[in-house]
Design a protein around this ligand. Structure first.
Ligand SMILES: *[C@@H]1O[C@H](CO)[C@@H](O)[C@H](O)[C@H]1NC(C)=O
Ligand SMILES: *[C@@H]1O[C@H](CO)[C@@H](O)[C@H](O)[C@H]1NC(C)=O
Ligand SMILES: *[C@@H]1O[C@H](CO)[C@@H](O)[C@H](O)[C@H]1NC(C)=O
Ligand SMILES: *[C@@H]1O[C@H](CO)[C@@H](O)[C@H](O)[C@H]1NC(C)=O
Ligand SMILES: *[C@@H]1O[C@H](CO)[C@@H](O)[C@H](O)[C@H]1NC(C)=O
Ligand SMILES: *[C@@H]1O[C@H](CO)[C@@H](O)[C@H](O)[C@H]1NC(C)=O
Ligand SMILES: *[C@@H]1O[C@H](CO)[C@@H](O)[C@H](O)[C@H]1NC(C)=O
Ligand SMILES: *[C@@H]1O[C@H](CO)[C@@H](O)[C@H](O)[C@H]1NC(C)=O
Ligand SMILES: *[C@@H]1O[C@H](CO)[C@@H](O)[C@H](O)[C@H]1NC(C)=O
Ligand SMILES: *[C@@H]1O[C@H](CO)[C@@H](O)[C@H](O)[C@H]1NC(C)=O
Length: 820
């Protein structure tokens, strides 16, 4: 093995930012054959190219606040917007309700997290008259002359100016936030409120709090509702204060507040008539800076899901000296480390494209979040990652992107998932704040583990991933009937018996919905199991699960056509246990659905399909597209069908089952059409404005999707193949710290990107790897990335190019010989 295993493992288990930033010194351009690696200007501060506000309006629900890559703390502004799933809203007409410590990114469901808001008061006529409830204290931000709010965000940092001229700045370590409140000169009684109870859903029960009258330390916590599942979680905080430039001293006033009543001099709930109100926290008045100067007060906010004592310990360990600028600098260094492993040559490329790329890469590293040490459910030395919201969203593109440049984090997420399986019986599918959330379709931990193991099986032991435990976790999903497959696992018995999920049998373990989606997802899940079995040399299991990967065929009804489009023949359809199909209109849940159904998850939903129409789901067989082409009448009618999907608006840019469709022309030997469609999708739906996402970011699912497209590739999870198109940059490279290799893709004759995605000299005519002709214009093998090769693409403006000659030129499918 060639990798620097020990050093990497070491970095993997240490959480201090200092240790992480040490990786920065690994020079991405240092490895591989330098004679073949043309040097390009290195982007040393990719964080400066990140626009954190993309997707913060228009339902993107993007989190623009301060976090480390995959940090637990996501400190950000909360607003009273109805779309405040990540707290923030880029529309300045919404009021600020506080600055809280935990968020998710791009999720739907009920508003998650948003716990422990801090809020500054410039002036109250008296301590007792401070308007402490969320409804009464809320305040607008300043608005700039361009109509945007006076907010600034960059990786690891957020700031705003409130309309009363208080400036708020936020940064973070993994489990601790650091806030800086700067009150204008002359402020006589700077006050800060700590809100223990108001999470995003106002769901708290059993709050507790104490306030130290000497130090002003506030400790507290409560129980809160999960966002997308039936469970609850506890969260705790520990807040300490320090002045910048003077000694803060003891508070001049302090007390517990209940609703709009601050109780002066109280230090805990026993000293109040608690029970009348649902809003509660601490209010503290501090000494202002001497000489009437501007007052800057730092608030260090530790968070724990175990106890407030642990929240204090986390804070003391991670931010001992309240040095805002140092914490911010370390945080940014961690971002530059991970973002800088992907280098692009931005010369000749529109600035927005480079910004879109690094912003999308950035959003691929917000979730899942590293809650290691904060899992209250069991004690373990394994990592614990949360905000898996949901694996169904992220397995397609986010984890394969991580394979390229961040396999250490990937390995720790995998270890965390395996540990969850050991304790809960099944791999997590969807999860937030330690609470199991509703599954979306598959058991999509399977392709995530498969993606890791197929690509890093040689490094697995060194990365502390046990192949045996990994495989056993997959077998639990594949074989064991789950008592509640709304939350984890599958309807495994019927799956094994029939080879599909029937529409009329649901044995008490969950809701009778999504039968077709579940069938298609399980087929792909079992393909991932097969790939792992094969990698382990277990050929019997490999064959067994490869057979089950073909189960998509069991829900294929060859006789269905789209009303008005008789040439589109055959659809995935719900099927009863007795084998008869139950007709569902192919347009169901599309924009052309006469019934206007959405197929979103809700209690009443009995649709066979989840967040996609029969038309889009009928294309979802990534493991065997060749078979799909055969079922859909051959190459020409397959291309007709793909064109129909785009031209008639069936492609759904907001939902993951559509994500791969633009690239499917590759399998019809028409990669130019994939290149054009994928570029048109970017041009039409994704841009750098605040509304630049067509829907939820889905925990980075959309961010990673866009990053892949701009890199000119599309992944096939749990395989050794990556579909190839042309990058938006003349040169891109990936440094992989586990393999210690840099892979470079160069576009010879690059001449820019057509702004609307149409036409241009962007089609791949031929490919070489390390100077030798490559077998295909349509895909790369993982071996190219293991060895750190130089891939050279020759571009043409001829959209009619092909994958090359011979069968080896087409991307693999099970029915044409399978994957290697
Ligand atoms: C990584 O590769 C570079 C260049 O190939 C080499 O100089 C360096 O020693 C390697 N690092 C480790 C830790 O093996
Ligand atoms: C925000 O607060 C201001 C001042 O209290 C108020 O006029 C405005 O209506 C509020 N906006 C919203 C969206 O509630
Ligand atoms: C807020 O005001 C300060 C001081 O006037 C200024 O430096 C800063 O750029 C403003 N904007 C933000 C978002 O902090
Ligand atoms: C974990 O270990 C600590 C210390 O021994 C103990 O107090 C705690 O109850 C344990 N937690 C669980 C969930 O077992
Ligand atoms: C499709 O139609 C053919 C010809 O009418 C018939 O033989 C076949 O059973 C039908 N298949 C299904 C699944 O309805
Ligand atoms: C198959 O099952 C469905 C639903 O239970 C029923 O409506 C249908 O009549 C059955 N078909 C046959 C051929 O038994
Ligand atoms: C058959 O499909 C229709 C239309 O989607 C649905 O309303 C009905 O409930 C399904 N029948 C059964 C038995 O599930
Ligand atoms: C940016 O993307 C959004 C979301 O897809 C879209 O609504 C908007 O029209 C796009 N803006 C531009 C200028 O293309
Ligand atoms: C770049 O994006 C901004 C919005 O973020 C937009 O105003 C501008 O027109 C874009 N420029 C180009 C060349 O697309
Ligand atoms: C795309 O832009 C090119 C160049 O501006 C133009 O010729 C072409 O008509 C546009 N195509 C579409 C579909 O908008």
């Amino acid at each position: 093995m060639r990798l620097p295993v020990r050093a990497i493992i070491h970095l993997g288990v240490i959480y201090s930012v200092k240790a992480q930033s040490a990786v920065v010194s690994a020079d991405p351009s240092a490895s591989t054959d330098s004679s073949l690696q043309p040097s390009i200007p290195k982007i040393t501060d990719p964080a400066s190219l990140v626009n954190a506000f993309i997707g913060t309006t228009n339902g993107g629900h993007v989190f623009p606040g301060a976090t480390l890559p995959h940090g637990m703390i996501k400190a950000g502004m909360d607003t009273d917007s109805p779309g405040n799933h990540a707290g923030y809203d880029g529309d300045p007409t919404f009021n600020v309700t506080g600055f809280s410590q935990l968020h998710d990114d791009g999720t739907g469901g009920a508003v998650p997290l948003s716990n422990f808001k801090l809020f500054p008061f410039l002036e109250c006529s008296t301590f007792e008259k401070c308007p402490t409830t969320m409804a009464n204290r809320k305040i607008l931000r300043k608005v700039l002359s361009n109509g945007l709010p006076d907010d600034v965000a960059s990786p690891g940092y957020f700031s705003t100016n409130l309309s009363n001229s208080i400036r708020v700045e936020l940064t973070a370590t993994r489990r601790t936030a650091l806030h800086r409140y700067t009150f204008p000169a002359g402020t006589a009684n700077p006050r800060l409120l700590v809100d223990i109870t108001n999470d995003g859903q106002k769901s708290s029960t059993n709050p507790e709090m104490t306030l130290d009258p000497t130090t002003a330390r506030v400790m507290g916590g409560a129980s809160f509702a999960g966002s997308f599942g039936p469970g609850r979680y506890n969260a705790f905080t520990c807040v300490d204060f320090k002045a910048e430039g003077y000694t803060l001293g003891t508070p001049t006033e302090y007390g517990v507040w209940l609703s709009n009543f601050p109780v002066r001099g109280s230090t805990n709930l026993l000293q109040t008539y608690y029970g009348f109100v649902s809003e509660m926290g601490a209010l503290i008045t501090f000494n202002p800076a001497p000489g009437g100067k501007a007052t800057s007060i730092l608030a260090r906010v530790g968070v724990s899901l175990i106890s407030s004592a642990q929240a204090c310990a986390n804070a003391e360990e991670e931010i001992p000296t309240f040095d805002f600028d140092a914490v911010h600098a370390s945080n940014r260094a961690a971002w530059n480390d991970v973002l800088g492993r992907v280098q692009v040559d931005a010369r000749g490329v529109d600035k927005n494209t480079t910004e879109l790329f690094y912003s999308s890469l950035y959003r691929s590293h917000i979730s899942p979040a590293d809650y290691t040490g904060e899992n209250p459910k069991w004690n373990s030395t394994e990592p614990y990652f949360d905000s898996l919201y949901c694996n169904w969203d992220t397995y397609r593109t986010l984890y394969p992107l991580m394979s390229l440049h961040d396999p250490v984090t990937f390995s720790r997420i995998v270890r965390g998932m395996i540990d969850i399986q050991k304790h809960e019986g099944w791999l997590p599918e969807c999860r937030g704040a330690t609470v199991q959330h509703f599954i979306q379709g598959g058991t999509n931990g399977d392709p995530i583990l498969g993606e890791f193991f197929v690509k890093f099986h040689q490094q697995a032991q060194a990365l502390n991933v046990s192949p045996t435990d990994l495989y056993n976790a997959l077998l639990a999903d594949a074989e064991l009937q789950s008592p509640n497959w709304n939350l984890q696992g599958r309807q495994a018995n019927i799956w094994k018996q029939l080879g599909y999920i029937p529409q009329d049998m649901f044995d008490a373990g969950g809701a009778n919905t999504k039968q077709v989606s579940r069938t298609l997802e399980h087929a792909f899940d079992d393909f991932a199991v097969s790939q792992v079995a094969k990698t382990l040399g277990n050929s019997a299991d490999a064959a067994k699960y490869l057979g089950r990967a073909g189960n998509f065929f069991n829900v294929w009804n060859p006789n269905i056509t789209v009303p008005g489009s008789p040439n589109i023949v055959g659809m995935m359809q719900p099927r009863f246990a007795n084998g008869t199909f139950n007709f569902t209109d192919p347009r169901h849940c599309s924009i052309h659905d006469p019934a206007k159904a959405t197929c979103f998850l809700n209690a009443a939903n009995r649709d066979g399909f989840y967040e996609g129409s029969p038309i889009t789901y009928s294309q979802y067989v990534p493991q065997d597209t060749a078979k799909l082409i055969e079922l859909q009448g051959g190459v020409e009618s397959f291309i007709t069908r793909l064109n129909f999907i785009f031209d008639q608006g069936y492609f759904d840019s907001t939902d993951e089952p559509s994500q791969q469709i633009p690239f499917m022309y590759h399998y019809a030997n028409r990669p130019g059409l994939s290149t054009q469609r994928s570029r048109q999708v970017i041009a039409q739906f994704f841009n750098t404005s605040r509304n630049g996402l067509p829907g939820n970011d889905d925990s980075g699912a959309m961010g990673s999707y866009v990053a892949w497209y701009l890199l000119g590739m599309y992944p096939l999870p749990a395989t050794n193949q990556i579909l190839l198109s042309s990058p938006y940059f003349p040169q891109i490279s990936f440094f992989n710290p586990v393999l210690n290799t840099t892979t470079t893709i160069i576009s010879k004759g690059f001449s820019g990107n057509p702004t609307n995605g149409t036409g241009g000299k962007v089609f791949v005519k031929s490919v070489t790897v390390d100077g030798k002709p490559w077998k295909s214009n349509c895909f790369l093998d993982w071996a190219v990335f293991i060895s750190g090769s130089v891939v050279e693409l020759t571009l043409t403006n001829d959209i009619g190019n092909t994958c090359g000659t011979g069968n080896a030129a087409l991307p693999p499918s099970i029915s044409t010989g399978g994957y290697n």
